[in-house]
Design a protein around this ligand. Structure first.
Ligand code: F6R
Length: 243
């Protein structure tokens, strides 16, 4: 796994944007999976700015949203849907038909998973999957203990995820389950970028890179990928390689 350490969050985000833009320029019908959360926020802002400034055509790109909270409606600011629309799809004017997001309010969640898996297959697989890393080492909502053989699935969220997740909501919110693209999709993606910034991620980055690869630490599974890069800032990298 490639490791790229950047001076700060800004330079890390610029590099991620360059890679996404380059992909779209060389493959205008690229298939891209994006995470929500704090880490990709600047990437999204800079990507929209670059797309506008350089007139990069995103109209043929197919987008997938990595995950969603179950029971949280899309108009809630803490939802993945809200993040994706407000930070990427609305500013880039992406057509609805090119967007695949989980509906966390759906009655039939197994069908949501099936639809997502079929849509990824129909798109020809994911060209670039951008992911953040949770404080417990989760990737998407693939929590510790999740099999790397799963495609999309519904999961009981870890206590760390439900408590850290409060940061996305204006008021205390009951979070219990999530729906997520699986690690099998990640392992089958043509390119994976794991991004992390800030001192609070230093410990989990060290574990991800130095502990034995195990489904108890889902981020470590990314090390098995044939074309993955860890892109982190100096703060997130500050414990990695140090004893
Ligand atoms: C969000 C997601 C999560 C986050 C992770 C880090 O779609 O899949 O796995 O990437 O929890 O979140 P932030 O970036 O807020 O630190």
């Amino acid at each position: 796994m490639q490791t790229c350490i950047f001076k700060d969050y800004q330079s890390l985000s610029i590099k991620v944007v360059q890679e996404i833009a380059q992909l779209v320029i060389t493959k205008p019908d690229a298939v891209i999976c994006l995470p929500s959360g704090e880490t990709p926020r600047l990437t999204c802002t800079l990507l929209v700015e670059k797309a506008h400034a350089e007139k990069i055509d995103f109209s043929r790109v197919t987008f997938f949203g990595l995950d969603e909270w179950i029971g949280i409606p899309p108009q809630n600011e803490g939802s993945g849907n809200y993040f994706f629309y407000s930070n990427v799809f609305a500013p880039l004017k992406i057509a609805r038909a090119k967007i695949h997001l989980f509906d966390g309010m759906a009655d039939d969640l197994s069908n949501e998973c099936r639809k997502m898996d079929l849509a990824i297959a129909a798109a020809g697989g994911i060209d670039l999957m951008l992911v953040g890393i949770g404080m417990n080492g989760h990737i998407g909502f693939n929590e510790p203990g999740t099999s790397p053989n799963y495609y999309s699935h519904v999961i009981d969220l870890d206590k760390i995820t439900t408590s850290v997740g409060q940061k996305y909501f204006k008021q205390a919110t009951v979070l219990g389950k999530g729906i997520t693209i699986g690690l099998k999709h990640l392992l089958e993606s043509k390119r994976v970028l794991v991004i992390a910034n800030g001192i609070k991620k230093a410990n989990i980055i060290k574990k991800m890179m130095e502990e034995e690869i195990s489904e108890m630490l889902p981020a470590s599974i990314v090390r098995k990928h044939f074309n993955a890069a860890l892109m982190i800032d100096e703060e997130a990298a500050s414990l990695y390689g140090k004893y």
